[in-house]
Write a protein that binds this ligand. Structure first.
Ligand code: GLN
Length: 286
């Protein structure tokens, strides 16, 4: 890596070049994130203070972060947070990194809630396997009359979801509930949403190292066929849904038919399948 240059603009260029050298696709964006988080240099200050010298401590912190990146750790894990639906969400050891594809689920649920709930009437959302709280908090941030319960089996994830709700000023409308799926859930909801673990256990070994080595196994492993959580949701959701409510789930790129079959078997009607950015059916609404 060599010695890092000390002035802001050349430091940015140098970090970007190192990342590009390693064939990291979003080198410019990642360099910007690393500089912002470890050298205190925002996009603006890089322009305004291009020739300013960066202190030794910051340089050392940046160098350490860069080493982690070059060892394969995803940039958002290193900085400890990631943007999702315009919200900045803290990550922790047991939370999945929220992904852009999941924003489609949020979009579709918002569209349904708008139709479902006449303006100003309160509505409620249940998020099974909430992780960082991403889906539920994004919905609450867009829908000021909504409140939500985020369920997770991981206490670490729940603490992170609760913290995110406070950082976003949504804590009055968000409840973090420790529960194995529906076990501790009470009441009925307008929408039940979930991006459950859906990778078949045997396929985990073959995932990209950035996912396999850094996202929590518990958030990925969907059991022997990857469908364990869809079965639970299809079996139990009816008891927790208000009349006219919907269930919205994210699915793996090739799981449309199998997940639809599971829900149909339990008497659900598929209302919509929405595609992700690469054209795979990624979200199903029942
Ligand atoms: N619901 C969270 C998300 O979409 C966590 C999902 C998971 O851990 N499988 O980011």
């Amino acid at each position: 890596m060599g010695e890092l240059p000390k002035t802001a603009a050349s430091l940015r260029a140098h970090v970007e070049a190192i990342l590009r050298d390693r064939e990291i696709a979003e080198a410019a964006m990642e360099a910007r994130l690393l500089l912002e988080n470890f050298a205190g240099l925002s996009r603006l200050s890089l322009i305004a203070y291009a020739d300013a010298e960066v202190g030794e401590e910051k340089l050392a912190a940046l160098e350490l972060a860069l080493k982690r990146r070059l060892a394969g750790e995803p940039v958002h894990r290193i900085i400890g947070h990631r943007q999702f639906y315009g919200l900045d969400l803290a990550l922790s050891k047991e939370t999945l990194e929220p992904r852009p594809d999941t924003e489609i689920l949020v979009d579709r649920v918002l569209a349904y809630l708008e139709k479902l709930v006449e303006s100003q009437k309160p509505c409620t959302v249940l998020d099974i396997g909430t992780g960082t709280g991403a889906i539920c908090l994004a919905i609450l941030s867009q829908f000021p009359v909504a409140s939500g319960v985020g369920v997770d089996i991981s206490q670490d994830a729940l603490a992170t979801a609760a913290r995110n709700s406070r950082l976003l000023g949504l804590e009055k409308r968000f409840t973090a509930l420790h529960s194995d799926c529906f076990e501790m859930v009470e009441g009925r909801f307008d929408a039940i949403v979930s991006n459950p673990p859906y990778i078949p256990s045997a396929d985990i070994e073959g995932l990209q190292p950035e996912v396999r080595d850094f996202d929590p196994l518990q958030a990925l492993d969907g059991g022997i066929d990857g469908l364990v959580f869809y079965r639970k949701i299809a079996e139990q959701s009816a008891h927790y849904l208000k009349p006219g409510g919907i269930v919205a789930v994210e699915i793996g790129f090739d799981q449309r038919d199998s997940v639809t079959a599971i829900f149909t078997e339990h008497g659900w009607e598929c209302l919509e399948a929405a595609q992700d950015l690469s054209g795979h059916e990624r979200v199903l609404i029942f």
